[in-house]
Unconditional design. Sequence first.
Length: 152
Amino acid sequence: MARSDDQPAVPDVDRLARSMLLLHGDHHDHDERDASNGSRGSESWSKSRDFANDPQRAAAVAEASRADREHYLTAGLQPVDCRFCHVAVTVKRVGPGHTAVQWNAQAAQRCAYFAEVRESGGDTARTKSCPRLGDSIEHAVAEGYLEVLPDG
Ligand SMILES: [Zn+2]
């Protein structure tokens, strides 16, 4: 096609894109002047610039990673009752002998073992878990009630 850039048929998007390029060129020159003072400034600038002209994509990426994180945090979490203290906690079984236990404030308050630790002047924040709950978790696994995730 024998079409020159000066033809009026050039779509507006093209012109817009070109003016955006010019804008970026200007920013770039400005940043290089700043970078002569130190290299750190230009580093953070180039990172934040990735989605600078695409806020919709930036939002989509942020939303996707947020959902990923939430899925990772809640996936495999299952409620287990401590058969000794009768408190309910959420448990994530990530393999044999690897169990992540999420205590809520009420469970930690009502657990008889934690109460013992508190009474004897111990620090419940340093107490990983109620050993009775550990037994309950093993029982739940043995009964097939607790799903063991293939890999943590
Ligand atoms: Zn307990």
